[in-house]
Design a protein around this ligand. Structure first.
Ligand code: NAD
Length: 507
């Protein structure tokens, strides 16, 4: 059951046809319907059938066969790299199409979705290069054997991704998993099902052998559970919320299956009184309000040193009020709609609780009053002061455009405050004192630390979280190895039977 809604002509050309990519075959899903919604005005983009467990079982069986095919299993790394480059070429050629589709599906600005498409392309190229250049190693000889460490594919693996940056999250998992020689099943979020299907179309056109990639939008409780529980799935890389990640890790633990978890965050941003304030204001704004705060790495707890606090916050509030809240298609837009009404309701409930906790709203906390935004899921960027670090607002991930500001007086105090949170994803430090930046950066428990910048990304630099922000790393050269099994290999070089057996020698 695929239904296209009343959509403007300029995007009908980018919508997929509603079929799922089930082990290399385009098939109607047989699961519950999924509705793709345009968050700017709440209109339906299309309705498609999600995947059922039966669809998932078929995809896994086809993936197993495709992965075991000697044509893939024995393919030399440089030939796998060639396929990854072909997928990257396809993403590049369809960059505009991907940007429009993802913007329509998630409400992100076209500027941002264009950047995400470029990032996905770079990810495939990077892992093509890693795949072609990842050496195996002879290990140091200790006895009469030649010894080596070699890496082999895991087999059939799965990628479970959230709605906030789907093409980039998918690429970060699919590219290294294919580079490593696996077959991959992608389960995108039901709130953003479309762009992963476009990635499947591109991979198919690039010549990826049939069955190596599946894209199965569907309910987390159904398809997600199937992938985690299934005996033929050898690894799951998950990006999403901490509570989902915890339950997934428990099931994976029972199955003794490796998982990586990229989860939520409540990242601190620290502005010292010697910081370049122009850089700091711009960086703090970008860190929290880009992507409308719907970003795992959003810098949502701002610590400002006493000497500059009043002046800095005053400037930040004025700059926040000047941000452009608007339609995803408008190049001037800085703050676009949130993904769903339900999600915005949740963020507004957080703001209400912040007020109940004694928080003071310095700006925002309301919906924009422009009539052309009235049907969309918009929320003005919000700054809250007056709450301690122990308040719910300062502890829990809100995943929206909400910033808490907190005071601090010295380095030791701010390190203790920043680390006093269960999450450990990212941190921003703004100071001109480099030794201090280095000291504080080293003392903060976070997978990524940015000094005088924020949300800067490179595919060659590892990414991941600690504590409630997850475990494992993606990206970087080691990002290939997590998708492989390491094997120790011994080749006897003596030609002599083992003396323990005391074999009689022939006369
Ligand atoms: P979510 O946990 O609700 O869903 C993530 C994915 O898991 C979806 O595809 C969902 O369908 C699936 N899922 C749901 N229940 C499942 C189950 N029982 N078994 C298996 N899969 C299941 O998260 P979301 O709302 O889509 O995304 C927002 C969250 O993702 C935020 O907490 C954000 O911080 C986090 N996130 C983290 C990173 C990172 O790299 N650390 C990046 C982006 C988003």
């Amino acid at each position: 059951m695929t239904r296209f809604a009343h959509i403007p002509a300029e995007i009908t050309d980018v919508l997929p046809d509603g079929r799922l990519f089930v082990g290399g075959e385009w098939e109607e899903g047989t699961g519950a319907p999924i509705t793709s919604v345009y968050p700017h005005d709440g209109s339906e983009n299309m309705v498609l059938n999600g995947a059922s467990r039966a669809d998932g079982e078929r995809a896994i069986a086809r993936a197993r066969a495709a992965q075991a095919d000697p044509a893939w299993r024995n393919m030399a790394p440089h030939d796998r790299a060639r396929l990854l480059h072909a997928i990257a070429d396809g993403i590049e050629a369809n960059k505009d199409r991907i940007a429009r589709l993802q913007s329509r599906d998630t409400g992100k600005t076209l500027t941002e979705t264009g950047a995400l498409a470029a990032s996905a392309c770079a990810t495939f190229r990077y892992f093509a290069a890693v795949c072609e250049t990842a050496d195996e190693a002879l290990t140091t000889r200790r006895a009469g054997a030649l010894t080596a460490s070699v890496h082999e594919p895991i087999g059939v693996v799965a990628a479970i991704t959230p709605w906030n940056s789907p093409i980039a999250s998918d690429a970060q998992k699919v590219a290294p998993a294919l580079a490593a020689g696996n077959a991959v099943i992608v389960k995108p979020s039901s709130w953003s099902p479309l762009v992963s299907l476009e990635l499947a179309r591109i991979a198919e056109a690039a010549g990826l052998p049939r069955g190596l990639l599946s894209v199965l939008p569907g309910a987390g409780a159904e398809i997600g559970d199937l992938l985690v529980d299934h005996p033929d799935i050898g690894r799951v890389a998950f990006t999403g919320g901490t509570s989902t990640g915890r339950s997934l890790a428990a099931k994976a633990g029972a199955k003794l299956m490796p998982v990586s978890l990229e989860l939520g965050g409540k990242s601190p941003t620290i502005v010292f009184d010697d910081a370049d304030l122009d850089l700091a204001v711009a960086g703090v704004l970008f860190g929290i309000f880009s992507s409308t705060g719907q970003s795992c790495i959003a810098g949502s707890r701002l610590f400002v040193q006493d000497g500059i606090r009043a002046a800095f916050i005053d400037r930040l509030v004025r700059a926040t009020r000047a941000l452009t809240v608007g339609a995803p298609t408008d190049p001037a837009t800085q703050v676009a709609p949130m993904i769903r009404a339900r999600h915005r309701d949740g963020v507004e409930a957080h703001i209400a609780r912040a007020i109940a906790e004694g928080g003071q709203i310095l700006t925002g906390g309301t919906r924009p009053d422009a009539p052309d935004l009235a049907r969309g899921y918009y929320l003005n960027p919000t700054i809250i002061a007056g709450l301690p670090n122990t308040a719910e607002t300062c502890r829990e991930e809100i995943f929206g455009p909400v910033l808490s500001v907190l005071p601090f007086s010295d380095e030791d105090e701010v390190i203790a405050l920043a680390n006093d949170n269960e999450y450990g994803l990212a941190c921003g430090i703004w100071t001109r004192d480099f030794p201090r930046a280095w000291r504080v950066g080293a003392a903060i428990r976070a997978g990524t630390v940015w000094i005088n910048t924020y949300k800067a990304f490179s595919i060659s630099t590892p990414f991941g979280g600690d504590g409630a922000s997850g475990m494992g790393r993606e990206k970087g050269r080691d990002g290939l190895r997590v998708w492989q099994r390491q094997k120790g290999l011994y080749v006897d070089m003596t030609g002599a039977p083992h003396p323990w057996a005391r074999l009689e020698q022939d006369a």
